[in-house]
Design a protein around this ligand. Structure first.
Ligand code: CAA
Length: 257
């Protein structure tokens, strides 16, 4: 795939999307978001791809929406433009997404990392929702996902003051899965990706859907949903293989069916 603002590649069952606008700290302009969505479309359709790693460069995962595109935008333009659909597309991506974060991870960048399913952070990572300093507020999930990740009071502090937090703080607050030295970031993210990619792909997608549903449903509704997905997993060939391999004391070979 040929893009201007992102780089992509696939290695085995793991795809990588690298945000690539280093001069503006990977600010997420419309074109970058469109390219990201197009790459996700392609990786969703590709049965070889089981997990996607999303990353930036050393200095920035992404420093937020491209502020240059905000000037003169009206409320109607904001509501009716393509923005919402792009973020909906990321939210609907059914395969696991791992954010590998180094450097600035701010505003829409932090929201993009939080839209991923796991976050691996370099010690250099800095997370924040600084929109308040621009006279606006987070608009791509920050006010909803951040409190779910770190709790109301910590989210309020980040969103109302616009402060940045360190990778270690983010780890202690439950925002990231792991913090590693900068040189180990991609190895760690890929190790996690390969581990997940070795599991039964249909079960992985069902499990992702079930966990995401737990974020916004009452317990009884979520338990019913999980029970149905659990039953669906019993219709897969991979379930037969997984159970047989266990009983035969060998490693399963999953096909994604
Ligand atoms: N949009 C557009 N350009 C950006 C940008 C952004 N979000 N963040 C950085 N840049 C640009 C800078 O303008 C600068 O460009 P020039 O070299 O042409 O001047 C270049 O990237 C490098 O940035 P700095 O010189 O500012 O680098 P620094 O190390 O001094 O500071 C920073 C780094 C603290 C991240 C600072 O750039 C900054 O505060 N950026 C803005 C962060 C921000 O407010 N993000 C939220 C955006 S709104 C949003 O995301 C809404 C939403 O919910 C979707």
């Amino acid at each position: 795939m040929e893009f201007q603002n992102i780089l992509t590649h696939v290695d085995g069952h793991v795809a990588t999307i690298r945000l690539n606008r280093p001069k503006v700290l990977n600010a997420l302009n419309g074109q970058t978001m469109d390219e990201l969505c197009a790459a996700l479309d392609a990786f969703e359709a590709d049965p070889q791809v089981r997990v996607v790693v999303l990353t930036g460069d050393e200095r920035a995962f992404a420093a937020g929406a491209d502020i240059g595109e905000f000037a003169g935008v009206t409320p109607v333009g904001m509501l009716e433009g393509p923005r919402g659909k792009r973020w909906d597309r990321i939210r609907a991506f059914p395969k696991p997404l791992i954010a590998a974060v180094s450097g600035y991870c701010l505003g829409g960048g932090c929201e993009l990392a939080m839209a991923c399913d796991l976050i691996v952070a370099s010690e250099t990572a800095r997370f924040g929702q600084p929109e308040i300093n621009l006279g606006i507020l987070p608009g791509a999930g920050g006010t909803q996902r951040l409190p779910r990740a770190v709790g109301k009071h910590r989210a309020m502090e980040m969103i109302l003051t616009g402060c940045h937090i360190t990778a270690q703080q983010a780890y202690e607050w439950g925002l990231v899965n792991r913090v590693v030295p900068p040189e180990a970031l991609m190895d760690e993210a890929y190790a996690l990706a390969r581990e997940i990619a070795s599991k039964a792909p249909v079960a992985v997608r069902l499990a992702k859907a079930a966990v995401l549903r737990s974020m916004d449903t009452p317990l009884d509704v979520g338990l019913d949903y999980e029970r149905r997905l659990f039953a669906i997993a019993f219709g897969t060939e991979d379930k037969e293989e997984g159970v047989r391999a266990f009983l035969e004391k060998r490693k399963p070979v999953f096909q994604g069916r």
